[in-house]
Design a protein. Structure first.
Length: 163
């Protein structure tokens, strides 16, 4: 099970955030909540996790980020600028030091922006700067892509915190 697999990494991330006295907010996109769920496998997660949401529609995007529609002008989903805008917004709206966002196309259906199946961008905004990580699996396997996109986002968070 994916959560059991990711639990040791979530424990490491929790330790790094706790040691720094910092918290993270998460905007899950194509990962469907798996990033947040992975972090919530750690007992006492409230110490380092303030919340987030699954951004799977324009309505969800409007509610979670409270940005005007023109903030997205010229951007498309599953891109670095789009994911970074969301990472900044989730961080700011939830009052966390770090914002982690994922935007991707998991496959099984067409993506509204035309992004190819298997493409995801994880974005992280916080005191350690702003970072993005692109993943292209080349696969249309929806479930495998959700897991791969989650691993990519958590790796970005852990790697950045460990620097």
């Amino acid at each position: 099970m994916i959560l059991e697999e990711l639990h040791p990494q979530a424990l490491r991330i929790a330790g790094l955030l706790r040691a720094r006295g910092e918290k993270v907010a998460v905007a899950d996109g194509a990962t469907g909540g798996l990033i947040a769920a992975s972090l919530l496998t750690v007992p006492g997660a409230l110490d380092f996790f303030v919340g987030g949401g699954v951004v799977y529609s324009f309505r969800a995007r409007d509610v979670l980020f409270a940005l005007p529609r023109d903030a997205y002008k010229g951007m498309r989903g599953a891109s670095a600028d789009y994911a970074m805008l969301q990472a900044r917004a989730i961080r700011d709206n939830f009052g966390a030091e770090w914002g982690l966002a994922e935007s991707g196309s998991v496959g099984g259906s067409s993506h509204p922006s035309g992004a190819p199946a298997g493409q995801s961008v994880a974005a992280l905004a916080g005191p350690g700067g702003e970072h993005t990580r692109l993943l292209e699996t080349g696969s249309d396997d929806r479930i495998a892509n959700m897991a791969a996109f989650t691993r990519n986002a958590l790796a970005l968070l852990e790697d950045t915190l460990a620097q």
